[in-house]
Every structure is written in structure tokens, then in C-alpha cells.
Write a protein that binds this ligand. Structure first.
Ligand code: HEC
Length: 107
């Protein structure tokens, strides 16, 4: 009996550890704190639609870094028909550039 519960515990914690890892992998370690701080992650995922488009789909638009920085501060909902409008996000330029470069690095 003892062995069985040990087995179950190992399984449960193993699964938990695995799902945490999968989540952390979504954004690289230097980008994740920014996505969290400015709440981007609440609406955007790397490769799936959430409230907003997947960052990979944004990358397909081939914007310049400056253009993405401008769009974060002043979104243009007409670029994304079928989505609700994104609220303008108040992100300091330095961090916005990091986010923009990361988005453009996605394939
Ligand atoms: C409340 C939800 C929400 C949050 C928070 C949010 N977004 Fe968005 N985002 C959207 C939606 C919806 C769209 C598509 C409609 C639009 O562009 O207005 C979008 C579009 C975009 C685009 C594409 C703009 C374009 O015109 O092609 C970029 C880039 C982007 N978001 C980056 C970010 C970043 C970076 C953050 C965090 C600083 C962020 N978003 C936070 C919902 C959100």
C-alpha cells in the first residue's frame, strides 16, 4: 500500500513539474518578466490566438521594431479584423524595444 501511494505521489508531482516547465518555456527567461509586468501574456501567446493574435502571427506582418513599439503605445485595431481592440499600453521605450525585438525573432 505504501508503495502505491508513493507511486501516485511521484506521478502527480511529476506531472505538475512538467506542466510548470511547459509554461515557463512559452517565453524566454529575459522576456517573461516583461510580458508579466505589462500584462501582455494575459492576451497574447506565442503561437496561438488568445484575446489578441499569436506573436508568431504578428511577426508574419514583418513590422520594423520601431513600428511595433509605436503599435504597443497606440494600437491600430483595423490591422486585426475580428479581434477586439487592444488598449494602448504604457511601456517604457527600452522595454518596448525588447518586446518588439523578441516578437520579430519568432518564426
Ligand atoms: C487586454 C488584452 C491585451 C493586452 C493586455 C495586450 N494586447 Fe496586444 N493585442 C490585443 C488585441 C486584441 C490585438 C489585436 C487588435 C489590435 O491590434 O487592436 C493586439 C495586437 C497586438 C500587436 C499587433 C499590432 C498590429 O497593429 O499589428 C502587438 C505587436 C501587440 N498586441 C503587442 C502587445 C504587447 C507587447 C503587450 C504588452 C505590453 C500587449 N500587446 C498587451 C490584446 C492585448
Amino acid at each position: 500500500m505504501k508503495n502505491v501511494s508513493k507511486l501516485i505521489l511521484t506521478f502527480v508531482f511529476g506531472t505538475m513539474a512538467f506542466s510548470f516547465q511547459a509554461k515557463a518555456e512559452d517565453f524566454p527567461a529575459d522576456i517573461k518578466p516583461l510580458m508579466t509586468k505589462y500584462t501582455c501574456f494575459a492576451c497574447h501567446k506565442v503561437d496561438a490566438r488568445l484575446v489578441g493574435p499569436a506573436y508568431k502571427d504578428v511577426a508574419k506582418k514583418k513590422y520594423s521594431v520601431d513600428k511595433i513599439v509605436a503599435l504597443i503605445a497606440k494600437p491600430q485595431p483595423s490591422n486585426w479584423p475580428g479581434y477586439p481592440p487592444m488598449a494602448p499600453m504604457n511601456v517604457p521605450k527600452e522595454d518596448a524595444v525588447k518586446l518588439a525585438k523578441y516578437i520579430n525573432s519568432l518564426k
